[in-house]
Structure formats: structure tokens, C-alpha cells
Design a protein around this ligand. Structure first.
Ligand code: 5RP
Length: 223
């Protein structure tokens, strides 16, 4: 199986997991990226079985609408049973690095609201220690240099993601060369820097379930 087939398999596994728990009033939180796109395509086949979705990015909203799935504002959504999204890295505690697609802030907000966060990823994303994937940090544009200097003090090497503006109108710094042994602390430390909107560590609110696509089938890891 190639990487796309593994992503497709976990996307289908996520649909299989949530479908029996959805009803005509259910709203599903949907992540961003290629794995989330496979999830959207698989979910769309069952669009009559739930009410609609909350999207973690403009790109996801467009894809959902393209399938005829109603997209709701999170502010008008009282309950969100499930949030399904990919990740750039996960450790065995289901602490994640996300934001490769620059959607980390909205992803973190929807994940915070959802009762159950299901992460879907191919096997290459499971790592012993987070940090080989550069950690994305969303930053208010005028604070970019200040935040970069503070990130260096924390031991990282920030690189400005040229030409990228987030859906919120901000910029991304990708922090290289971090070996993240305490993701909960680092998430809080980076978020405390003035000018940071949020960073791509999902450790204070990790995933609840990781559906991992492997050559031997989909494996389920629980927190
Ligand atoms: C987007 C994300 C994605 O979930 C992450 O980048 C993984 O993407 P893909 O499923 O394409 O490998 O956090 O901001």
C-alpha cells in the first residue's frame, strides 16, 4: 500500500467508527489536509445520515460544500461529538504536531470543542519523540521578528514560511531542531510569547483516538 492508500484506509476507518454514533442532528468537526480530504470524500457518501459539519479551514469548508454537506459556524454549534483530523506527527501519548497545512489555529479551536478527537494518519506519522517535523507557529504579522527571537531562546530555529497567510490573516514560523520531550510545557511556553496566536503542538488537548494506517491494516491507539 502506498501512503495515499494508507490515508484512505484510515479515513474510511474513521467514517466506520463515527457513523453508528451519528444521527440526523449530528454535526461533525472536520480537519484539514490530504488525509482529512479522504475523510471528507468517504463521509460524503453518508451525508443523509447527519446534519452537517464544522470546518477547520476555508479549504475544508469548500470541499464539504462541494459534496453538498452543510457547513455550520462553530459559534452556532452547541455540541460537537467528533472532530476528525490528520497530523504531521504523533507520539504514543497522542500528543501531536499539526499545522503543516497552516490551519493549526482553527484546528485547535474545533478540537477543543469536540468531545472526541479522532486523529487519522499513516504509519510514518508515529514517532518516539516529537520535533523532527518543524513545529508550525501562527504569528501576528507585526510580531514576526520578536517571536522568532523568543523561539531561538527556547532552543529552536524558526524559519518564516514565505508566501503563506493563514485563513486568519497571520504568518507561520516553522521551528526546526526541537526535540520535544515535554510537549505540554513547550506548548504553553510558546503560546505565552506575545504575538503568538497558537502553535502546532496539540498536547494540552491531545487526540483521544489515533487510527494509524499500517501495512498490516488500521491500528487503533487510545489515550
Ligand atoms: C493542517 C494539518 C494536517 O492535519 C497535517 O499537516 C497533516 O496533513 P496530511 O494529512 O496532508 O498529511 O495539521 O494544518
Amino acid at each position: 500500500m502506498n501512503q495515499d492508500q494508507l490515508k484512505q484506509a484510515v479515513a474510511q476507518a474513521a467514517v466506520d467508527h463515527i457513523l453508528p454514533r451519528l444521527d440526523s442532528k449530528s454535526i461533525v468537526g472536520v480537519g484539514t489536509g490530504s488525509t482529512a480530504n479522504f475523510f471528507i470524500d468517504a463521509l460524503a457518501k453518508h451525508k443523509m445520515d447527519f446534519d452537517g459539519a464544522v470546518a477547520s479551514s476555508e479549504a475544508t469548508a469548500a470541499r464539504l460544500k462541494g459534496h453538498g454537506i452543510p457547513v455550520y459556524d462553530l459559534n452556532s454549534t452547541a455540541e460537537l461529538e467528533f472532530y476528525v483530523d490528520g497530523a504531521d506527527e504523533s507520539d504514543e501519548h497522542l500528543h501531536l504536531i499539526k499545522g503543516g497545512g497552516a490551519a493549526l489555529t482553527r484546528e485547535k479551536i474545533v478540537a477543543a470543542v469536540a468531545k472526541t478527537f479522532i486523529c487519522i494518519a499513516d504509519a510514518s506519522k508515529l514517532v518516539p519523540v516529537l520535533g523532527a517535523f518543524p513545529l508550525p507557529v501562527e504569528v501576528i504579522p507585526m510580531a514576526r521578528s520578536h517571536v522568532a527571537r523568543e523561539l531561538v531562546k527556547l532552543g529552536g530555529d524558526p524559519v518564516y514560511r514565505e508566501g503563506v497567510l493563514t485563513d486568519n490573516g497571520n504568518v507561520i514560523l516553522d521551528v526546526h531542531n526541537l526535540s520535544i520531550t515535554d510537549p505540554v510545557k513547550l506548548e504553553a511556553d510558546i503560546n505565552a510569547i506575545v504575538g503568538v496566536v497558537t502553535n502546532g503542538l496539540f498536547a494540552a488537548r491531545p487526540a483521544d483516538l489515533l487510527l494509524l494506517g499500517t501495512a498490516d491494516g488500521v491500528k487503533t491507539l487510545k489515550r
